[in-house]
Write a protein that binds this ligand. Structure first.
Ligand SMILES: Cc1cc2nc3c(=O)[nH]c(=O)nc-3n(C[C@H](O)[C@H](O)[C@H](O)COP(=O)(O)OP(=O)(O)OC[C@H]3O[C@@H](n4cnc5c(N)ncnc54)[C@H](O)[C@@H]3O)c2cc1C
Length: 400
């Protein structure tokens, strides 16, 4: 099998230590992409994909959508089969949680007591759902299995948090016939990541679907509900790296190639604090499949000696009811929000601008704008507002 030949066994503190050429920690979107892109780039050394979860690596987006709804089974969103990983010579190491890293010895120590060595460490440990008392969360397959079981006896559900996951959960639970109340602390939905027009549109739509949307709620008595789900964000899983001296805080700081400040240690995905060429002038974290996948590919290329700075266009999607929401670009620090089309029609887009340049679009059932808007962002277009908001005019016709 490819890859295995470079795996070495060191004698370490009396015990045998398995050492991989590349050890990937975290089996989510970024970890899986790192391993696959290494092989695609011709990397012939040994690779291990180690993670805390015991499941064969799987995609997360269906957890708050079709899997929660029950329209897609758990076997339908595995990234790859066990045979694929074996065939690619990627050793899966499930059920292990890394607790400490020794960057000098190039070893990691797991909660089980197991130690593993590496030549290059790729840290793709993502984030852990923030907890709120005994409320259910939606981050892993196990979380959703527990939630689905508890739902059998529940009629009324309180969803805390009006971010993407809270909104998707509210939509799925409503479709499942539950009486849903959605409580958000901020005065509007999606306050952290979108503008006012989308917040207002979604609040209206959820209300029309029967959700009791409560905004600006600092505290709510959850005892009145049969079940509580919290969608209040994640804590990035950077602990062992930060303890070992890596720079960071709310995540682990990486440069344009995905290098942390520790030698031979890289990071990508939800955990990576980075300067994004499409973002504001400060390090940010991005929680999306696109970012996890593309940044991990960037790390893989750098490891095989073909470095190219991370410069992928950010994009994101969400499904709620019959709404297909698509975002391209990053709207951080926008100073203008232009609505294109009529929200009442259920098909429209929002363009975000900073200093006159288009930096992002949110598209609601408007795939054409989503596809064509990308070029406006790439070129930093400064088109007149009246042209951008003319929904009859295709965005591609506005490219200078
Ligand atoms: C319910 C849900 C719906 C989503 N929907 C969308 C969507 O529609 N579109 C979109 O673009 N994005 C969506 N996202 C976001 C997207 O899934 C994440 O951005 C993506 O999963 C990040 O990938 P990652 O590999 O960085 O981290 P993760 O997917 O979080 O993977 C990290 C893995 O590392 C493991 N791990 C953590 N710490 C350790 C440790 N110390 N030792 C060993 N293993 C460890 C974890 O168990 C986990 O398996 C959704 C996320 C969720 C939770």
């Amino acid at each position: 099998m490819r890859g295995r030949r470079n795996r070495q066994r060191d004698h370490h503190r009396g015990a045998e230590l398995t050492r991989f050429d590349v050890l990937v920690v975290g089996t989510g979107h970024a970890g899986v992409a790192a391993a696959i892109h290494l092989r695609q780039a011709g990397f012939a050394g040994s690779i291990a994909l180690l993670g805390e979860e015991t499941e064969l690596p799987y995609e997360r987006p269906p957890l708050s959508k079709d899997y929660l709804l029950g329209t897609r089974g758990r076997e339908e969103f595995r990234f790859r089969t066990a045979d694929f990983w074996a065939d690619k010579g990627v050793a899966l190491v499930p059920g292990e949680r890394v607790e400490r890293i020794d960057p000098q010895a190039r070893t990691v120590a797991c909660a089980s007591g197991r130690e593993i060595g590496y030549s290059e460490l790729v840290w793709t440990a993502g984030g852990r759902a923030r907890r709120l008392g005994n409320a259910h969360v939606i981050r892993t397959l196990d979380d959703v299995d527990r939630l689905k079981e508890a739902l059998t006896d529940a009629r009324s559900v309180l969803v805390i948090g009006g971010g993407w996951i809270g909104l998707e959960a509210a939509a799925a639970l409503t479709k499942l016939g539950k009486r849903v109340t959605l409580a958000e602390r901020e005065p509007r939905l999606l306050a952290r990541c979108s503008g006012h027009a989308l917040s207002d549109f979604l609040a209206d739509r959820h209300v029309r679907e029967g959700v009791d949307v409560r905004l600006g709620v600092a505290d709510i008595d959850s005892s009145a509900f049969d079940l509580v789900v919290a969608g209040i964000g994640i804590e990035p899983e950077g602990g062992p790296l930060l303890d070992a001296g890596a720079e960071g805080g709310n995540g682990v700081l990486v440069d344009e190639l995905g290098r942390t400040t520790l030698p031979h240690i890289w990071a990508a995905g939800d955990v990576a604090l980075h300067r994004n060429p499409f973002g504001p002038d400060r390090p940010i974290r991005i929680e999306s499949v696109q970012h996890a996948t593309d940044q991990a590919a960037c790390v893989a290329r750098a490891i095989v000696g073909a470095p190219a700075p991370y410069a992928a266009m950010p994009w994101f999607w969400s499904n709620q009811y019959d709404l297909k929401l698509q975002t391209v670009g990053l709207s951080h620090d926008h100073d203008e929000e232009l609505v294109r089309g009529d929200p009442a029609s259920g098909r429209f887009s929002i363009l975000y601008r900073r200093k006159g340049k288009v930096i992002a679009l949110d598209c609601v059932n408007m795939v054409r704008d989503y596809v064509q808007g990308r070029a406006l962002i790439e070129r930093g277009s400064e088109v007149e507002a009246s042209l951008l908001t003319d929904a009859e005019r295709p965005l591609k016709s506005l490219l200078e």
